[in-house]
Design a protein around this ligand. Sequence first.
Ligand SMILES: Nc1ncnc2c1ncn2[C@@H]1O[C@H](COP(=O)(O)OP(=O)(O)OP(=O)(O)O)[C@@H](O)[C@H]1O
Ligand SMILES: Nc1ncnc2c1ncn2[C@@H]1O[C@H](COP(=O)(O)OP(=O)(O)OP(=O)(O)O)[C@@H](O)[C@H]1O
Ligand SMILES: [Mg+2]
Ligand SMILES: [Mg+2]
Lengths: 250, 250
Amino acid sequence: DMRVYVLANQKGGVAKTTTTLNLAVAFAEAGHRVLCIDLDPQANLTVSQGIEDDLPESMYNVLLGQIPIKQIIQKCEIDVAVSSIDVAGAELALSSTIGRERALQRALIPVKDDYDFVFIDTPPSLGLLTINAFTAAHRVIVPVQCEYLSMRGLLQLENTLEMVRENLNPNVQIQGIVPTMVDTRTLHAQEAIELLEENFQGRVFRSRIARTVRFAEAPVQGMSIMKYEPKGAAAKCYRDLAQEVMADVQ
Amino acid sequence: DMRVYVLANQKGGVAKTTTTLNLAVAFAEAGHRVLCIDLDPQANLTVSQGIEDDLPESMYNVLLGQIPIKQIIQKCEIDVAVSSIDVAGAELALSSTIGRERALQRALIPVKDDYDFVFIDTPPSLGLLTINAFTAAHRVIVPVQCEYLSMRGLLQLENTLEMVRENLNPNVQIQGIVPTMVDTRTLHAQEAIELLEENFQGRVFRSRIARTVRFAEAPVQGMSIMKYEPKGAAAKCYRDLAQEVMADVQ
Ligand SMILES: Nc1ncnc2c1ncn2[C@@H]1O[C@H](COP(=O)(O)OP(=O)(O)OP(=O)(O)O)[C@@H](O)[C@H]1O
Ligand SMILES: Nc1ncnc2c1ncn2[C@@H]1O[C@H](COP(=O)(O)OP(=O)(O)OP(=O)(O)O)[C@@H](O)[C@H]1O
Ligand SMILES: [Mg+2]
Ligand SMILES: [Mg+2]
């Protein structure tokens, strides 16, 4: 059975896109069939694999039921269902349709035998695009930058998920919280991680993603960190995380 | 005349909120009467001044024309028109009203003699809330993290501003681009700044905001960086920026 993961956090710049791509590639390295879906109009996941962001067809057309998702899948290090700026118009276009929250769920039916795992990147908001992702998903992985402003939104994220469980998808749960951009030298980061572990007992992954400029360099080349620096410490962070996520699946 | 600045960049986590607050406080230190408006449903600006984010009335009620903006202004280091999670519902509620893009412009009329400068913090998107800010503004200041993924969206921001100029507010211009979270040790940041200066000649501020954990610590105390570490290098970055922005006003 195809398992669908959503990377979500309405706080901006916490490494949602970076985690979606690198987790997906780590799963592909382990031999799984993997699809990434870019639901962010900024199309950062699409561009991070070297694909242009102004293709005529994208997830916009798929969400509005105009074309099948297979038609916009590009094969890179993993398969990517691409985004474009048009996706920014999807929320308004969808908001008045029947079953507007299930557009993505419907779009995934034709590919459910093609992939083992799907990873969905979302924009920094809890709007209709992210709700669509929650409705189509089994698990949510929440990247959190270990800073005060980035941690405040977690309660709001949980409240939104509760509403999705009650009305749209009773099974969707947070699989875990991933501390990202961790600068182990600062007291602020250590105190933030302690706070996280206290408030979300048992749901914080053991893996920590260290801050390193390598993560900013890799997308310029259109590569994941595994391809950009296969033997580096940064790639290892995401391989370790993939191990933890896979262990939960068994 | 009251001058209105918008801090905008649809890329998440580039220091929009941090720049809005600290620039505003630097203007207040120089003796100007300053108002900050929090248009982000995450209410990070509101919380960064130690105000709770679940007040019964917020910019949500102001945008829908239910109450005057004076009713939700809290006096802190500067005056703050507060946000709350309700603001997340404003885009949908406004989208079907007449003059939906001018809700903020209308709301500011009653306070135009009370303040010299207004600074508006926006969410990481180019939706109706940010369009409202552009319509009410004279100038836009764009914080940019000097990394590839953060710089890509600038063209899209410019295109959106062009549409606002043609249909809603012919005067709104980008005043300048502020390089934020600059880690002068990495080559990636230096190359990114050079790229920025090439593509946006004459519109990149000379001031650079260095990366320092002090910026993550200050909001925990509900303080701007000027209050948290008045004599520090971090505060000086924003005082320098304020000087540059003020020089353009004369
Ligand atoms: N561990 C890390 N160390 C250093 N930089 C990182 C790390 N992870 C991500 N980055 C960089 O930080 C920036 C933000 O990351 P990213 O774009 O993945 O966040 P996001 O949550 O997807 O942002 P948005 O909210 O805009 O979608 C990017 O420039 C990225 O290259
Ligand atoms: N110069 C800096 N050095 C280090 N950290 C910084 C700096 N400026 C801001 N930060 C921290 O980086 C994080 C992101 O900043 P901030 O929340 O201001 O960005 P934003 O663009 O408003 O995010 P969003 O898109 O979610 O609204 C915060 O935790 C903040 O404390
Ligand atoms: Mg992203
Ligand atoms: Mg912000």
